[in-house]
Design a protein. Structure first.
Length: 247
C-alpha cells in the first residue's frame, strides 16, 4: 500500500507537474497509513521529533488485558473457595441419619441437579453448597471406601471422594486422586479434584509426589481450555511441584 501510494504521487507529479503536493498533503498521507504500520515497524519518527511506537504499545495493551482477566478469574476462584469454606463452617444441614446416609442423599441431589437443570451460574452455586456439605460430612464417615468412590462410574460418588480428600487429605490416596482428577469428565468435579490434589501437596509436601504422579498431572494440561478455572488450578499445582524440584 505504501509503495502504491508513493508511485501514485510520483505519477501525479509527472502527469500534472503544476499540481502542488505540499508538506501538509504528505503529512496527511502519512497519517492515513499510520494504523496499518503496526505489524511492520517498531516505531516511526515524524518531523519535529514526534515518535510513534506501535508494536510495543500493542504488546503492553495486550499484556495489561491479560493481567486484568487473570486477576478477575483468580478473584472468581477465590470467591468459590470462600463460599465453600463459609458453608462448611456454618452449615445448617439438619437431615436425620448417619453421615453415610446424609452423604447418600447429597450425592443423589447432585446427580438430580445435573440431570434436570442446564448449566448455569445458579446450578454451579447449588453444586458448591452440596460440595461444601460433603466436605463437612465425609470426614465423619469412618468406613468410607475412598478407593471405590474415586473409581466409581457415578459422578456424585466421585465428588464425595474429592470432598473428603479436600477436607481431610490422606497421603495414601494421592496417586489414586491424581488419576481420578486427570480422567474426570465432569468439569465441576475436576475443578475440585485438582484443588484436592493441591491441598494434599500443600499438606504433605511436593517432594512426596512421585515423578510418575507429576507427569500424570502434566499430561492433563493440554486437554484443558487454557483460560478455564481448571487449567489455572492445575497450573498452580504444577508450579508448586516445579518449585520443589528446582529447590
Amino acid at each position: 500500500m505504501i509503495t502504491l501510494a508513493a508511485v501514485g504521487i510520483g505519477v501525479l507529479h509527472v502527469v500534472k507537474p503544476d499540481v502542488e503536493i505540499d508538506n501538509i498533503t504528505l503529512a496527511l498521507a502519512a497519517i492515513a497509513v499510520v494504523p496499518w504500520l503496526g505489524d511492520l515497524f517498531e516505531s516511526i519518527e515524524l518531523p519535529g521529533g514526534t515518535k510513534l511506537q506501535f508494536h510495543k504499545l500493542q504488546v503492553r495493551m495486550y499484556a495489561t488485558e491479560q493481567r486484568t482477566e487473570e486477576v478477575r478469574q483468580a478473584a472468581g476462584d477465590a470467591a468459590r473457595q470462600a463460599r465453600v469454606a463459609l458453608v462448611t463452617s456454618g452449615s445448617d444441614y439438619t437431615a436425620d441419619g448417619s453421615p453415610a446416609e446424609k452423604v447418600a442423599r447429597l450425592t443423589h441431589e447432585f446427580t438430580e441437579l445435573r440431570r434436570t437443570e442446564p448449566s448455569s451460574p445458579g446450578r454451579t452455586y447449588r453444586q458448591e453448597h452440596i460440595f461444601a456439605e460433603l466436605a463437612r460430612l465425609t470426614p465423619q464417615w469412618a468406613d468410607m471406601d475412598l478407593h471405590a468412590a474415586l473409581g466409581s462410574d457415578d459422578g456424585g460418588t466421585r465428588l464425595t471422594a474429592y470432598a473428603r480428600l479436600y477436607a481431610a487429605p490422606e497421603e495414601q490416596y494421592l496417586r489414586a486422586l491424581v488419576d481420578a482428577a486427570v480422567e474426570e469428565n465432569i468439569h465441576f468435579n475436576q475443578y475440585w479434584a485438582l484443588h484436592a490434589v493441591g491441598v494434599a501437596i500443600d499438606t504433605f509436601g511436593a517432594d512426596r509426589a512421585e515423578p510418575a504422579t507429576a507427569r500424570r498431572l502434566r499430561s492433563c494440561m493440554p486437554r484443558l481450555p487454557e483460560d478455564s478455572d481448571r487449567a489455572r488450578t492445575l497450573r498452580a499445582v504444577l508450579v508448586r511441584l516445579d518449585d520443589d524440584a528446582a529447590s
